[in-house]
Design a protein around this ligand. Sequence first.
Ligand SMILES: [Zn+2]
Ligand SMILES: [Zn+2]
Length: 433
Amino acid sequence: MLFSKDVRGENLVVRGARVLDPGQSIDARMDVRVDDGLIAALGTDLDTNAHKVIDAQGLVLAPAFVDPHVHLRTPGREDEETIASGTEAAATGGYCTILAMPNTDPVVDSAATLGSLIETARAEAEIPVGFLAAITKAQAGAELTEMGELADAGAIGFTDDGVPVTSPGLMRRALQYGAAIGRRLALHCEEPTLSRSGQMHEGAVSAELGFAGYPSVAESVMVERDLALAAYERQPLHLLHLSAWESVQALRRAQRAGVAATGEVTPHHLCLTEEAVRTLDPNRKMNPPLRSDSDRTALIDALKDGTVSCIATDHAPHARHEKDVPFEAAPFGVTGLETAFAALYTHLVEPGLVPLETILERMSPGPARAYGLDEPRIAVGRRANLVLLDLNAAYRITEDVFRSRSVNSWLLGETVKGRVRATVADGRLVYAA
Ligand SMILES: [Zn+2]
Ligand SMILES: [Zn+2]
């Protein structure tokens, strides 16, 4: 269900890194040897066997990241992103796997469209990529797609991301089909009659700036509905980009009641609040919007206690001319693949809000588990999926940091700490700096 270029595995020794794999309680200075793409040995002073050697003194080696929510804009807007550029951006950000959303043009709602994406990924994806297919035809919310056929064709899950499934009856049937074919539904929770024409979070700042508000309840009312349906059908589901305090409260309650629901949160919702919108920078306009300080605190708490098990970038590239307009005219969405770790390290780990181990856990095994993928692990016999991190590197985010075809990042101009030095994905060295 993951697709990439077919390339031979690497022969590699990473020398002297602090190996940090929180899921296995590993935190030690070691060498890691990779033979033909498989982790062959962990230890000190390992024989290099004439392999390529990466000197990693002073660096951290962790399981590479998994991003469960990326917009690759292909087919239809290859000027904004392609499978090649998006997976290269992901490799630059330390990712070994990404999952792509189906709200493209055309929408990924047929086995033919999915099949051609898979073919392209086999030709040009730098790292393994999985594709979600649409829940409803053309994401119009009226008629379910042929979910069984799409699953057979390689869909890893189903979503109408970008828009909600407004009909509860259709949502219920989608859950039933999803269960029958063993694929998870991922839901963009938004009640459109409440969010309609909202430009930013409804609150004091929107009132001050005179923007139409998009209230938290527009999200949480749909989260509550979808969790109620999942509980009733006894089926799992995944909640995309949670932004509101009420939403994570609802998810926590549902999980305690035994609902197999998982949730994700983005770096921008973890790092910023509605206050950031005061700059009127269109790169701070996203859906759901940046919310209040108490919402941000609730997201951080949910990340720490495991209610939210995944960090997802919701990488949403937009052409320069589309974002280079006044805030109210700009489309929603920001990019995030290259900068996610640095943003989280700078805004959460350095100030002592979240331990590094929690960030690593929620960026890698957490999202893998949510979609039933193999968790990246630093263990002998496992495929090498590794990220090498320099926690002391401070640098300014400029346009040349990006490998994406788009540069609509909220971090442009900011000085951050934490740099990806190398990425090994599916046994292959896909990035080194
Ligand atoms: Zn969405
Ligand atoms: Zn999205």
